[in-house]
Design a protein. Sequence first.
Length: 137
Amino acid sequence: MKLLNSTSFQRMESALYSAEARQRVITNNIANSETPNFKRSELLFEELIADAMGSGQTLKGQTTNERHIAINGGKLGLPTSQLVTDTTTAMNPTTNNNVDHDAEMTLLAKNQLNYNMYVQQLNHQFSMMRIAITGGK
């Protein structure tokens, strides 16, 4: 039995990786907030899932064994994250830069809270496994 290959563990792992990638993008934006002609980027993932679900597309279940019953045709139909650069706006017309330092710091704090929540969830799963193995001793 592969405990760490469970669906919930894989979702938490994906969420951690996505939060870490988003952290790199946001810190890059903050680091370049004074750079002339720099355009901010953002990592889209939740929005793509919401769009896929709102457009009437059905999500497909993933089969990991040939004996599994395919749900909606097989492999998981979730979109992957997408890095998007906003080239249409400018916060400072003299430098042609569109990074709002305060907004980026807010996004950074929100992302950090999400990351902490994912870590707490994983720790809880590990605690539950430890209790199951040791019998609560």
